[in-house]
Design a protein around this ligand. Sequence first.
Ligand SMILES: O=c1ccn([C@@H]2O[C@H](COP(=O)(O)OP(=O)(O)O[C@H]3O[C@H](CO)[C@@H](O)[C@H](O)[C@H]3O)[C@@H](O)[C@H]2O)c(=O)[nH]1
Ligand SMILES: O=C(O)[C@H](O)COP(=O)(O)O
Length: 303
Amino acid sequence: MLPAVEAWFATHTWQQPPWTVDELVALKRGRTVSVVLPALNEEATVGDVVGVVRPLLGTLVDELVVMDSGSTDRTVEVASAAGARVVRREDVVPWLEPLPGKGEVLWRSLAATSGDLIVFLDSDLVEPETAFVTALLGPLLLDADVHLVKGFYRRPLRLESSGGGRVTELVARPLLNTLRPELSGVVQPLGGEYAATRSFLESVPFAAGYGVEIGLLLDVHRVHGLSALAQVNLGVRKHRNRSLLQLGVMSSQIMGTALARCQVDFDSGPLTQFVQVDGEWLPDSTDVLVADRPPMVHVVEER
Ligand SMILES: O=c1ccn([C@@H]2O[C@H](COP(=O)(O)OP(=O)(O)O[C@H]3O[C@H](CO)[C@@H](O)[C@H](O)[C@H]3O)[C@@H](O)[C@H]2O)c(=O)[nH]1
Ligand SMILES: O=C(O)[C@H](O)COP(=O)(O)O
């Protein structure tokens, strides 16, 4: 590792986050916390994720919102019955037609919530834990220079105990090592479990699709430097594993956002993949959306 990265890793990585809920509540000092769960057709898991955050409502957490991304299953009903406020993507910033993608709902969530600190958790988590929220908030509440806290974990892949995080290991980390070596010490650059200050989140653009996490990481580093970034060990994280073809599209969006943030010219045409039909391998093209939403602070000001 670069010496600067080694020094950052030693001081900004929490291998065993030590904080209790009471300690963190005492550190809030008037600051408020929103927890946001983006969800697209997650009826099987969203209830459990809401369920692990709910015990913190009224103490460490001030609001809990599920941002629905156009679900056609029972996600909205399940999330609401579990105790979350559900916001549909058309309900906020209604004058702009929603773009498809996860980043779009995270961006809209800034206008749907009011917390000074925002915690994002994916809603496809299996066996989530309340401690994810406490651990992610620790560095933000302790250190005013920190603006983004990423979770890291062991990642099972289906029935294996490890081997998950394929896009992370094969695309995102090699890409960051090459394009922005100062970020090579981030264990899970793509992880969907992270917390940040509203002031930072509102000040930067959001990639509408799966580029949102790598974009925020590159931007926090560009705007505030490495010392504004911390990472906490959350133990184990299990989620629904997507197919290789789906991960190919995700990887293209992530590369597109990273290259654009690093001023590398590229052509964001459709992605060609190959599928087997009746014994033959045929090309299949998918459009890759690499669009940015502007900083939310400008959107609200202009209105
Ligand atoms: O259009 C979408 C797509 C996904 N999601 C939700 O976003 C979360 C993560 O999506 P998923 O498709 O499960 O992504 P992963 O395969 O888990 O991808 C990893 O890598 C992505 C790219 O960085 C991150 O966005 C994810 O959080 C991270 O877990 C889930 O709660 C989804 O329901 C939406 O709300 N809208
Ligand atoms: O974060 C990632 O790398 C992708 O979501 C893929 O994760 P998986 O290999 O655990 O399915």
